[in-house]
Design a binder for this molecule. Structure first.
Ligand SMILES: Cc1cc2nc3c(=O)[nH]c(=O)nc-3n(C[C@H](O)[C@H](O)[C@H](O)COP(=O)(O)OP(=O)(O)OC[C@H]3O[C@@H](n4cnc5c(N)ncnc54)[C@H](O)[C@@H]3O)c2cc1C
Length: 480
């Protein structure tokens, strides 16, 4: 019997999916071990959870033990000379950059929000706006401690020469991106990136259509550290896929006249008000009346028109935090999507097929009267992790509101969006997913890859103690 006072409802970040489970928040490795033992004795599966920033069902499972790792948040070691950091899994990207920036170090990969934990970031192998240049976070992990469901603690390092096709799959390359199915990451050793200034140099440009968006992003990928595009998903016809692109690079030594000042955390903090007057905490309430199709069409249009006119070709310097964590700018902005919440669909498509597939996706959304309220484009490169979601191509992330009563239609739309991705040899990102049919996810892997993941799972977790609703949906309900 598990203690009922641990029962809580936990939800995906998009608020569209939730489940009640027995939440435990240990603060030591021994504590994690004893939660695993308790769950095993009770015959209940365990779902691992970081900051709960995955959009969908990655960190929830009904009637399971929810092993919440946010209290494991100690920074264990940091060398300001080499930029190597050792951290517990509950340390957030926020805590990491705030600890390291004063010494001139920045996380090599950051997500659009600074709230994810390192454990969650590693388990999803997160990428940033610099995925083409720097790969995913796994490429910067020097070492991991992994607590296996058996209670054995293993230290994992990248293989000298990772070989996906060897008969001995490398646990390191499967745990990273293995969405918490192989063990609990209890320590991450990460190589941070040296920065000479707390500012980035930004260039903003507009693109009148999808073809131009993709071309500009592609042309910028080697010259700029960061490349990100916003797409007006309401535009149709020859304007389909139009949007704005932002390119950014770190300043070189000598370019910033006052690096000791710009590197100070105090000078990075996002302002608490907009235009010095409106408290940001209330901004989402002003946006709420626009959270419908006509309102969002207008917002997207105004944003594009402003970018195309006053913003065109703008070049400016911006604090690293403000550029990197744009999605933290308006607190609680996701509440505009209540009561239904939102889901996201992010697909990764090889460069040659991207225009065709994204065009079809945007047209399908419009045809079904479910246009994404936000659409974001990035450039990616492949990596060597077993469950990798990246390809040599582009990703398009679509934020879709969940309208009560139209849930089934939305889930059917996700299937329609996913089919051309599979045909084109693309991939999907589980961290953003809530609705992808498992057979489409499985169809994106090359022969043998999933078998190797499953073989590893059977070896380290034969009882399937670690599960999640996402894993059950994408990999199939155990036993397999
Ligand atoms: C606004 C917003 C913007 C985002 N932008 C990006 C982006 O730019 N790029 C990107 O790649 N992602 C992005 N994400 C997704 C986010 O980075 C991932 O979902 C990340 O995994 C969240 O980390 P978390 O700590 O919240 O983990 P959770 O969401 O709680 O869990 C994620 C997964 O990690 C597993 N897990 C958690 N802790 C551990 C552990 N210690 N050991 C093993 N497994 C564990 C869980 O079981 C689950 O499968 C964004 C999310 C939001 C909400």
């Amino acid at each position: 019997m598990l203690p009922t006072d641990h029962l809580e409802r936990v939800e995906g970040w998009g608020m569209a999916v939730s489940a009640a489970g027995y939440v435990f928040r240990p603060s030591t490795v021994d504590g994690i071990h004893s939660v695993l033992t308790t769950a095993r004795r009770a015959g209940v599966p365990v779902v691992l959870r970081g900051a709960g920033r995955s959009y969908g069902d990655a960190a929830l499972l009904a009637e399971a033990v929810v092993l919440d790792l946010t209290r494991m948040r100690r920074l264990l070691a940091f060398d300001p000379v080499t930029g190597v950091v050792d951290a517990e899994p509950g340390v957030t990207i926020r805590a990491l950059w705030r600890s390291a920036l004063g010494d001139g170090w920045w996380p090599p990969i950051v997500t659009g929000t600074m709230e994810p934990t390192l454990g969650g970031a590693v388990a999803m192998n997160v990428h940033g706006k610099n995925n083409w240049r720097r790969g995913p976070i796994g490429d910067h992990c020097l070492e991991l401690d992994l607590l296996l469901p058996s209670g054995e603690l293993r230290t994992l390092r990248p293989a000298a020469e990772p070989d996906l096709f060897s008969t001995q799959p490398d646990l390191f390359s499967a745990v990273i991106g293995g969405f918490g199915q192989l063990g609990v990451v209890t320590r991450v050793r990460l190589q941070l990136k040296k920065v000479r200034s707390g500012l980035v140099d930004v260039l903003a440009v507009s693109a009148p259509d999808l073809e131009t968006m993709l071309r500009l992003a592609d042309e910028a990928k080697d010259a700029w550290e960061y490349v990100v595009g916003w797409v007006d998903a309401f535009a149709r016809g020859r304007r389909l896929g139009r949007g704005l692109l932002h390119f950014a690079r770190h300043l070189e030594a000598g370019e910033d006249p006052a690096p000791t000042q710009t590197l100070r955390v105090e000078n990075q903090d996002l302002p608490a008000t907009i235009a010095g007057v409106v408290p940001k905490a209330v901004v989402w309430r002003f946006l709420k009346p626009f959270t419908n199709r006509p309102g969002m069409r207008l917002v997207n249009r105004v944003k594009y028109d402003l970018g195309r006119t006053v913003g065109e070709g703008a070049r400016y310097r911006q604090p690293l935090a403000a550029f990197s964590y744009l999605l933290d700018y308006v607190p609680d902005w996701k509440h505009i999507y209540l009561p239904g919440g939102l889901i996201q669909h992010q697909s990764f498509v090889p460069a040659a097929a991207a225009e065709r597939v994204f065009r079809r996706q945007l047209e399908t959304c419009l045809k079904r009267h479910m246009p994404p309220f936000l659409a974001v484009l990035k450039r990616h490169r492949p990596d060597q992790f077993l469950m990798s979601h990246a390809v040599d191509g582009f990703s398009l992330a679509l934020d879709l509101p969940v309208v009560p009563g139209r849930r089934e239609a939305l889930w059917a739309l996700v299937r329609e969006l996913a089919e051309p991705v599979v045909e084109a040899g693309g991939r999907f990102y589980p961290a953003k997913d809530a609705a992808l049919p498992g057979e489409l996810y499985r169809a994106t892997f090359r022969s043998g890859e999933l078998d190797r993941f499953r073989a590893l799972k059977r070896k380290v977790d034969p009882e399937h103690l670690l599960r999640s609703r996402l894993a059950d949906r994408l990999l199939g309900e155990p036993p397999w």
